[in-house]
Design a binder for this molecule. Structure first.
Ligand code: NDP
Ligand code: GDP
Length: 324
């Protein structure tokens, strides 16, 4: 049975990847940090099939210990401070988790067993103010947030450990991917959750910022397969993972309200661009996953409309069960 250690297993991607690897008969270990309240909501349904190890990306010895104990064949580094807006409020912390955390985990691998295969969760935010459309593996980076800058560091460090120590280390440059398990602060989930509550009469309005930015939004469940495929190749390489189409926040809003039969969505949306303004914005992202399609045989399975409907319907179910 192959063994895997996933950092960030309590997050959106970690939970889907753990499910996916269990189905592939992996023995799954997850790194979790100590919190005063347990936050295993996303992995509750598989908790009896996986083993959780306490550790933190800030603590080198905990990472060495986790790798020594689990003896993994593969490590997926999904842990990060992952919310772009927070990265301006907590730029140093974002650098510690999202950038230096990659060094700590790679150092742990190098010192314990450099034969372990490594996946790094790179991001389309590295392209930021785009210099080429669509964006591919060779597109120049121009990050627009402390988060994006931290991800560039992690990306280059992963390449550097591949070149310096011959570690099988890959970066997946994943474009935005969402699901019913997406954090509530991200715009997609904020919308799907609010739309469900509006439909059920629990609230009347949702406040949003700029509706014009465009993202290449895919389904997280599809994207974790690409992570795994990267580590099954002969040679470690980096891949862009994207759907190849993009949509504005406004299109997401429109389809979300349509899903519950509301066509006149404007009376439910309060625009407060000022309050949601970021010091620097990423206006337009669209990925070219041609290399992944050709070399990994990977393609997204879920359309944009299916994704929006899936999220809204899941939030409707969630809110029907929730009395508040
Ligand atoms: P989430 O924010 O849902 O999950 C982040 C995970 O990291 C959580 O499990 C969190 O634990 C954990 N974590 C944070 N800090 C630490 C730390 N110091 N030590 C240990 N664990 C920590 O992110 P996603 O699942 O959406 O994303 C997974 C990865 O992919 C992230 O690195 C993200 O930046 C990257 N990415 C995501 C994209 C997306 O669209 N979703 C796009 C491109 C890249 P806790 O539950 O305790 O908070
Ligand atoms: P990001 O692509 O990782 O920054 O993901 P987000 O979901 O946080 O934001 C996507 C886009 O939606 C960005 O351009 C935001 O500025 C824009 N946006 C507009 N209104 C909101 C809002 O209310 N919340 C969030 N999170 N983003 C918003």
């Amino acid at each position: 049975m192959p063994k895997v250690l996933i950092t960030g297993i309590t997050g959106q991607d970690g939970s889907y990847l753990a499910e996916f690897l269990l189905k592939k008969n992996y023995s799954v270990f997850g790194l979790t940090r100590r919190t005063s309240t347990v936050n295993n909501e996303r992995i509750k349904h598989i908790e009896d099939k996986i083993e959780l190890i306490q550790g933190d990306l800030l603590d080198q010895s905990s990472l060495v210990e986790a790798i020594n104990y689990t003896k993994p064949d593969e490590v997926y580094n999904l842990a990060a401070q992952s919310f772009v807006k927070t990265s301006w409020n907590q730029p140093v912390l974002t650098g510690e988790y999202t950038a230096l955390g990659v060094t700590r985990i790679l150092e742990a691998i190098r010192s314990v067993n450099p034969k372990i295969k490594f996946y790094q969760a790179s991001s389309s935010e590295m392209f930021g103010k785009v210099t080429e459309t669509p964006q591919k593996e060779t597109t120049r980076f121009h990050p627009r947030s402390p988060y994006g800058v931290a991800k560039v560091y992690g990306h280059y460090l992963t390449q550097n450990y591949r070149e310096s120590y011959d570690i099988f280390a890959c970066s997946g440059i994943l474009f935005n991917h969402e699901s019913p398990r997406r954090g509530l602060e991200f715009v997609t989930r904020k919308i799907s959750h609010a739309v469900a509550r509006i439909k059920l009469g629990k609230q009347d309005k949702v406040e949003l910022g700029d509706l014009r930015p465009k993202r290449d939004w895919g389904f997280a469940g599809d994207y974790v397969e690409a992570m795994w495929l990267m580590l099954q190749q002969e040679k470690a390489e980096d891949f862009v993972i994207a759907t190849g189409e993009n949509h504005s926040v406004e299109e997401f809003v429109t389809i979300a309200f349509e899903t519950v039969g509301i066509t006149d969505w404007k009376k439910h949306v309060v625009s407060n661009v000022e309050a949601h303004m970021r010091p620097a914005e990423v206006d337009y992202l669209i990925g070219d996953a041609g290399k992944a399609r050709k070399e990994l045989g990977w393609a997204p399975k879920t359309s944009f409309k299916q994704l929006v409907e899936m999220m809204v319907n899941a939030d409707l179910e969630l809110e029907k069960r929730n009395n508040k």
